[in-house]
Design a protein around this ligand. Structure first.
Ligand SMILES: O=C[C@H](O)COP(=O)(O)O
Length: 251
């Protein structure tokens, strides 16, 4: 039985005060021993404050990116070792916005996944196709390639414990969410790719999220699907009320 995981991705939104206000409102409203893992993906600037503010609570903090080296002459980058040291537990990697605007490659994602795991954190590994790829019938091959490349060289145990987020690019921030059955079909491609490379046991354990215009109103449809274990949520994770409604809908 895979534990559902709902992760908010604030992207480049909020000030430090706004971030802390959100956390204060949300952290006390998550029941102890919740049946859902609840995660907030914050800009790097607020990670320290949010990790401190959520210490000992059920709410976990995620970074939205990191570098794959722990230290060195890499101006402007954030070390996975330093992020882990703050008490941060997850890092989102390979988001389509990072791939598009910051040229993150599958090879980078793979190196980052290894560095995140080596530092005791959990990667949330994103994959997803463009509308052109979907319309050309290329989704399956594309997702298979992204997943194989991102997870290359990891052990079965490491893969079983990470999270994959399937986010069709055309559904991100557009209000045009994928149908639940289409999303499940592609999440099955992710699971099958993992089964072929790391075995059925690993594939049964790995948690796969759907992302792309998920809201409190539609999350139940996704969660009812066999291969969907949670959601990576942008816009609807920005307000405490909406984030809590997502958790409430899943529990
Ligand atoms: O990481 C989250 C996704 O990009 C989804 O964003 P959205 O929920 O605003 O469509």
């Amino acid at each position: 039985m895979r534990k559902p995981i709902i992760a908010g991705n604030w992207k480049m939104n909020k000030t430090a005060d706004e971030a802390l206000t959100f956390i204060d409102e949300v952290k006390n409203n998550i029941p102890a021993n919740s049946a859902v893992d609840s995660v907030v993906g914050s800009p790097a600037l607020f990670l320290q404050g949010l990790a401190e503010a959520t210490k000992g609570t059920e709410l976990k903090i995620s970074a939205q990116n990191c570098y794959f080296e722990n230290a060195g002459a890499f101006t402007g980058e954030n070390s996975p070792a330093a992020i882990a040291d703050l008490g941060v537990q997850y890092v989102i990697i390979g988001h389509s916005e990072r791939r598009e605007f910051f040229h993150e490659t599958d090879e980078d994602v793979n190196k980052k996944a290894k560095a995140i795991i080596a530092n005791g954190m959990t990667p949330i590994v994103c994959c997803g196709e463009t509308l052109e790829q979907r319309e050309a019938g290329e989704t399956e091959d594309w997702i298979k390639g992204q997943v194989e490349n991102a997870l290359d060289g990891l052990t079965e145990e490491q893969v079983a414990n990470l999270v994959v987020a399937y986010e069709p690019i055309w559904a991100i921030g557009t209000g045009k969410s994928s149908s639940a059955t289409d999303a499940d079909e592609t999440c099955f491609v992710v699971r099958k790719t993992i089964a072929d490379k790391f075995g059925a046991d690993t594939a049964n354990k790995v948690r796969i999220q759907y992302g792309g215009s998920v809201k409190p109103e539609n999350i139940k449809e996704y969660m009812a699907q066999e291969n969907i274990d949670g959601a990576l949520v942008g816009g609807a994770s920005l307000e405490p009320k909406s984030f809590l409604a997502l958790l409430e809908a899943v529990k």
